[in-house]
Design a protein around this ligand. Structure first.
Ligand code: GDU
Length: 613
């Protein structure tokens, strides 16, 4: 029971409902600055007195007590509406979760219609052209705050090699692609064009220092440092129970345990950064969001941006055909009983229950095409900046949240471990008015999507026919895409062989890779590949140049072509050497680097021809 003194002190602090057990805090009040007392009031009034239960008398751990309030201050300022909102939202979502409330209550799903593109046809080529034209009005935003727990890689994912023929990492490839778009787009303008496409990277405490180091130690991979903006997302407080009592860190009782809030934070961070106004005032029209490890993504950007521009989409999500149960959300049209409709991503863990609950007894199943009828969201979003800013003015970037507690039993009264609220960037359209133009663009998976998310053990367990989403499949997908693009451009590219690495059966195509400046869009590739050229299956071809043409080349081995800037050269004739052989590596072989182990192979560089112009 609180003493009369406690009650008086509570009243003096103006706290209602703070509970009776705040005596440990009361004794420590003299230590706190006025602003810290305000934060304490906030916590007490939200039922968080347990956070102070263990606080000893003043004089013991005073520094730690102050640090506790530093953290509370950060948690309070980084969440739209502050900690009180966070706790209140959590209480509501936890109650809904306990009651088993369906977040899609009242909605029935149906298959939406969108733009379906075919690589290389006239429509695709003209959309690519439109997209390149628009690119100088774009800004790119990479969400890279995730640790990649499923992959289990120790470093940051953007530092992983996209492919190991050149060893260029994802971040280098992304930056080179943006710079190539910038150059190509500027070229279409009469007179001088000094556009620098802005590039934002959202990091978190888990990834920030390593991301900055990667950029700085590589001179920003050729981008001007002023073009790059880092926005760091904060984690959110963990929740210990259904009353949304905040969890203390098991290793430090003066710290609130925190976990990532999800990629949805990117909208609130962009809103508060002031960058959107700056971009709008310098003529930006589009904000393109993308994720950390899709090595094929930039194959899809020009045409998708072309779709946004020609269709006037406020929101355009990129999608690929989706295999049922594949760990990517399904783009779904939801119709409410009251008539409202929206086209939105339904996350992969929610699609099956939603379908079963709405008269589809097979749930998330493939249809006669062998794919789910719902296109798979690859979380590449293109937003039109004007309507985006209008919406953010209203929401301040807050995105609808969800909670996913793992309960100890069916009474749903206790959690196995603390949980937290999460949000996803693709939920942005949920708050849009019905007049918003929300669309999506579907492309072939081989062209547009090959993420690196799963560790070798988990990838090897993926049901046959479903994609592995591993470092092995991510790299092989790049060779496959480049081989198919060259084939479409008229070159004879040998068929792949099938091999197994880290328990995953994959197609091994010739190891063909080029810099984005060489083959930004299909038209560029077509213009640079002439005559009867061929590449054998065991070959590797690296084109690290802008204006190299290939004419009558027969390659059986390894050829690397480097050229400076605008140097023009035609690569031709018969090139044959022992080349680079592929050596299997076991993922448990700790004598190999982790980047190599997780893909299950490395190149044995026996012989090559390197041409430098
Ligand atoms: O707090 C976070 C969590 C994640 N990320 C970043 O968000 C991206 C996506 O994270 P995951 O790869 O873990 O995402 P999921 O695989 O869970 O799913 C997401 O990506 C899929 C496609 O790859 C589908 O589109 C799916 O609908 C979408 O939620 C990554 O770049 C990651 O670094 C953050 O920036 N902050």
């Amino acid at each position: 029971m609180a003493s009369d003194g406690d009650a008086a002190a509570v009243a003096a602090l103006g706290i209602s409902g703070g509970g009776n057990d705040w005596a440990p805090l009361r004794r420590n009040l003299p230590l706190l600055a006025p602003e810290e007392v305000e934060l304490a009031k906030l916590l007490l009034s939200e039922g968080q007195s347990h956070l102070f239960e263990h606080w000893p008398e003043p004089g013991v751990d005073d520094e730690k007590k102050r640090n506790f309030f530093d953290q509370v201050r950060r948690l309070n300022s980084s969440y739209p509406g502050g900690l009180a909102s966070y706790i209140q939202n959590a209480r509501k979502l936890l109650a809904d979760s306990k009651a088993g409330k369906n977040p899609y209550d009242g909605f029935s799903p149906s298959v939406p219609s969108g733009e379906v593109l075919t690589f290389g046809d006239d429509n695709f080529v003209s959309l690519e052209e439109a997209g390149v034209k628009e690119a100088r009005h774009a800004a790119f935003v990479l969400v890279a705050g995730g640790l990649g727990e499923r992959l289990g890689y120790k470093g940051i994912k953007v530092a992983l090699p996209r492919e190991t023929t050149t060893g260029k990492c994802f971040l280098q490839h992304y930056i080179e692609s943006i710079l190539a778009l910038q150059e190509a787009s500027c070229k279409l303008v009469e007179g001088e064009c000094s556009t620098k496409i802005p590039f934002v990277i959202m990091t978190s405490d888990d990834t920030n220092a390593l991301t900055v180091k990667l950029l700085e130690s590589n001179s920003y991979f050729g981008m001007e440092p002023s073009q790059v903006h880092i926005l760091k997302q904060e984690k959110v407080a963990c929740l210990a129970d259904n009353d949304a009592r905040l969890a203390l860190d098991p290793n430090d009782k003066y710290k609130i345990q925190t976990k990532p809030h999800g990629h949805g934070d990117v909208h609130a961070l962009l809103y508060s950064s002031g960058l959107l106004e700056q971009w709008k005032s310098t003529g930006r029209k589009w904000v393109l969001f993308f994720q950390d490890t899709n090595g094929l993504l930039f194959n899809a950007i020009p045409s998708a941006l072309g779709v946004s521009a020609t269709k006037g989409y406020n929101v355009n999500s990129l999608a690929v055909p989706r295999k049922a149960k594949e760990a990517i959300g399904g783009i779904t049209k939801l119709t409410h009983v009251d008539g409202r409709t929206m086209v939105i991503n339904v996350e992969y863990n929610q699609l099956d229950p939603l379908l079963r609950a709405t008269g589809h007894p097979d749930g998330d199943a493939n249809c006669e095409t062998g794919y789910s009828p719902y296109p798979g969201n690859i979380n590449q979003l293109i937003l039109e900046i004007g309507p985006y800013m209008e919406e953010l003015k209203k929401t301040h970037g807050a995105i609808s949240e969800f909670v996913n507690p793992k309960y100890t039993d069916s009474t749903k009264t206790a959690f196995k471990s603390s949980t937290r609220l999460e949000c996803m960037m693709q939920d942005y359209p949920k708050t849009l008015p019905p007049s918003a133009k929300v669309g999506f663009t579907v492309m072939d998976t081989w062209l547009a999507y090959a993420p690196v998310k799963n560790n070798p053990e988990d990838a090897a367990k993926v049901p046959k026919g479903n994609p592995y989403h591993s470092a092995t499949s991510g790299e092989m997908a790049i060779y496959r895409a480049n081989s198919l693009i060259l084939r479409k451009a008229g070159a004879q590219i040998a068929d792949p062989v099938v091999d197994t690495f880290n328990g995953q059966e994959v197609e091994v195509w010739p190891r063909i890779t080029w810099s984005p400046r060489w083959g930004l869009v299909f038209k560029d590739v077509k213009a640079k590949v002439h005559g009867n050229s061929s590449v054998s299956q065991r070959s590797a071809l690296v084109i690290n140049a802008k204006n190299i043409t290939i004419e009558g080349l027969t390659l059986d081995g390894t050829l690397i072509v480097n050229a400076k800037d605008e140097a023009k050269f035609n690569v031709t004739g018969h090139v044959e050497n022992k080349g680079w052989t592929i050596q299997h590596v076991d993922h448990k072989d700790t004598s190999e680097k982790e980047e190599i182990r997780i893909r299950g192979f490395k190149f044995n560089k026996v012989e090559q021809l390197e041409l430098n112009y």
